[in-house]
Design a binder for this molecule. Sequence first.
Ligand code: ATR
Length: 280
Amino acid sequence: MRNNIGVMGHPINHSMSPVFQQAALDYLGNKNIFEKWDVHPEKLEEKIKSFRKESFIASCVTLPHKQNIIPLIDELSDSAKAIGAVNWIYNKNNKLLGDNTDSSGFIRSLTEKYNFLPKDKTALVFGAGGASRAIIYGLIKSNVKKIILCNRNYDKANVISRELSTNKVKIEPILFNRDSLANYAPYTDIIINTTSLGMAGGPAPTTTPISSELISSNTFGYDIVYSPLITPFIKEFEKSGAEYGTGLSMLLYQGVEGIEKALNTKAPINVMQKALDALS
Ligand code: ATR
């Protein structure tokens, strides 16, 4: 049967999700094919209508639909509501539920793969787009002590601070320059890049938001950019002798969380990891 489970976006050709999700379906004995749907924004409504059938299971949602899909579906999880973006929809009793597993996937990748526990830690986050919101939400849910938010456009960081800070966890926006970073970066437990700096094919493929002099060897680095796997940002952590995590694991774990919720079962993480490794 077709049109039951897959990933949609535009463009979608580059998506690696079908490879590791198909490995999961096969391992679990699920006969569905995890499809790749190229959905032009003008066709989004039509595509969502086609999901309104009993056999539909779930769809992973990627750019540019993560926000536009919200008015077209029936319910939102708490994370999707707070973050304002959906990266999975599931068929729950013939209603389309939008969820955000970028946040929980990020936290699972940190804790399960890299053994970094965010509780009571200080985090410095670069970037103030959708990925930043998901990561900040995940960190707050994991009881971090404090979040420093550094973005080129300071006003955007301020908006996130207003919207996502809680009584327990304050988000402090700071200016994106060396002097300001020098006051915070060397003293944080984890630094996360959510900007497109360093991304192959992006606007600044050779740039890093921070360089090694400001990085302590005790600070953990994490880049959500996974192409290339070792980004300019990660190279600065290597230079400082610090440990780091790479963005492919966030991609994997958002998918692990998604397929687990879609099928109500544990995902075969090792099988999915192997399928992803075979690609790179
Ligand atoms: P996403 O939703 O995937 O997180 P986005 O909304 O396009 O992506 O956000 C991209 C992030 O990269 C933003 O924080 C952007 O900074 P601005 O808010 O100031 O635009 C950041 N970014 C992109 N190019 C940058 C550059 N050359 N220097 C600094 N930050 C940059």
